[in-house]
Design a protein around this ligand. Structure first.
Ligand code: KIV
Ligand code: ZN
Length: 395
């Protein structure tokens, strides 16, 4: 598979819907549901599936193992704290996969080091190295995450990244765990690691952003501009608290604005986005907000008369990508109080009603009266309105 090692512009998509996504409040998934989502992620062509946290429960272990056994053509990874038993559990769950990965992490900010671990930076660095070495003794593909990298002292971050790469890490992830960094700061953080860690060419830089300030997508994009080549993300942006980077957003930003990103690209098949989004929403019982970018119900719903008229003259007046490329079934323009005659005529034609200019003027008045009453005028309403028009003509 083309990879940043052979294609410097290729961005790896690491999906964590089944791990960080499942950490969304109230989103418990059964094993069979996780497997169904994993199959769908394979259809999307993601590069890596983080299938779960095997040490967290026997059910999670079994679910990761089942995904590792069944899903082909994708790297299957599990998460582990820097603890031998966690790492062993990941390995036992993923080793059956053709491409297994162990992902281990430890908090590296002083806030985490002092409050969570009550240790020193040197102790944390030693623990990280020791556990990456252990993971490496089991598995060739090892990812290390410096949890809370966004609030970690930059010099210590560089030191721990250099040390874990020497210990065998092949991917180094720099999470903005609490969604605190601003895009220019996160870009600088990645740039610094890329340009100051002496052995960084031996690993892929990964990013993992949370959306507490609504910046996860922007931060992930700034990261790839500055040298990261793996983005960790989830479908619909679900995840801890305000969620993670939404896969559909970063992938489509890279695709729609490929020139602005100087050719950076993923191998995702966007035509599976809508189906995947719907499946994840239904199985997790987390609705997709209507105005959610890319996959929300209103993402391609042109509402005002001016927009509808422009859209009917040329889709690119108000559309920067076609919903069809995301697998979104053709959507009729929503008809409501702000719709104009062009959109009304088009919908009536689609329903099989041809109108003269005079008929259109009359029916537009009838339509406006209904639209002012109701927010949305449905096809059934239009059939009734058309019957009214015919009744008026026979009077
Ligand atoms: O947000 C985070 O830091 C994480 C790590 C475990 C990768 O989810
Ligand atoms: Zn996270």
């Amino acid at each position: 598979m083309p990879h940043p090692a052979t294609d410097p512009n290729r961005v790896i998509i690491f999906d964590t819907t089944l791990r960080d996504g499942e950490q969304s409040a109230g989103a418990a998934l059964k094993s069979a549901e996780k497997l169904a989502i994993a199959h769908q992620l394979a259809k999307l062509n993601v590069d890596v599936i983080e299938a779960g946290f095997p040490a967290s429960s026997p059910e999670d272990f079994q679910s990761v193992r089942q995904i590792a056994a069944e899903i082909e053509g994708v790297t299957i990874c599990g998460l582990a704290r820097c603890m031998q038993s966690d790492i062993q559990a990941v390995w036992d769950a993923v080793k059956i996969a053709k491409r297994p990965r162990i992902h281990t992490f430890i908090g590296t900010s002083d806030i985490h080091i002092q409050a969570k671990f009550k240790k020193t930076r040197d102790e944390i660095l030693a623990i990280a190295v020791q556990h990456v070495q252990f993971a490496k003794s089991l598995c060739e593909d090892v990812e290390f995450s410096a949890e809370d990298a966004g609030r970690t002292d930059p010099e210590f971050l560089s030191a721990i990244i250099e040390a874990v790469i020497n210990a065998g890490a092949t991917t180094v992830n720099l999470p903005d765990t609490v969604g605190y960094t601003l895009p220019h700061e996160y870009g600088q953080l990645i740039y610094r690691v890329k340009h100051t860690v002496p052995n960084i060419d031996k690993a892929i830089i990964s990013v993992h952003c949370h959306n507490d300030l609504g910046l996860a997508t922007a931060n992930s994009l700034m990261a790839v501009v500055n040298g990261a080549r793996q983005i960790e993300c989830t479908i619909n942006g679900i995840g801890e608290r305000a969620g993670n980077t939404a896969m559909e957003e970063v992938v489509m930003a890279l695709k729609v604005r490929e020139q602005a990103f100087e050719g950076l690209h993923t191998r995702i098949n966007p035509s599976a986005f809508y189906e995947t989004s719907q499946m994840v929403s239904q199985l997790t019982s987390i609705p997709v907000q209507p105005n959610k970018a890319i996959v929300g119900r209103n993402a391609f719903a042109h509402e005002s008369g001016i927009h509808q008229d422009g859209f009917l003259k040329g889709r690119n007046t108000y559309e920067i990508m076609e919903p069809e490329m995301l697998g979104i079934p053709a959507v009729a323009l929503p008809l409501g109080p702000r719709s104009g005659r062009a959109a009304l005529r088009m919908r009536l034609n689609a329903l099989g009603f041809e109108l003269t200019t005079e008929e259109l003027a009359t029916i537009f008045g009838l339509f406006k009266a209904v639209a002012d009453e109701k927010k949305t005028v449905t096809d059934d309403d239009l059939v009734l309105i058309h019957q009214q028009l015919k009744a008026l003509a026979t009077v």
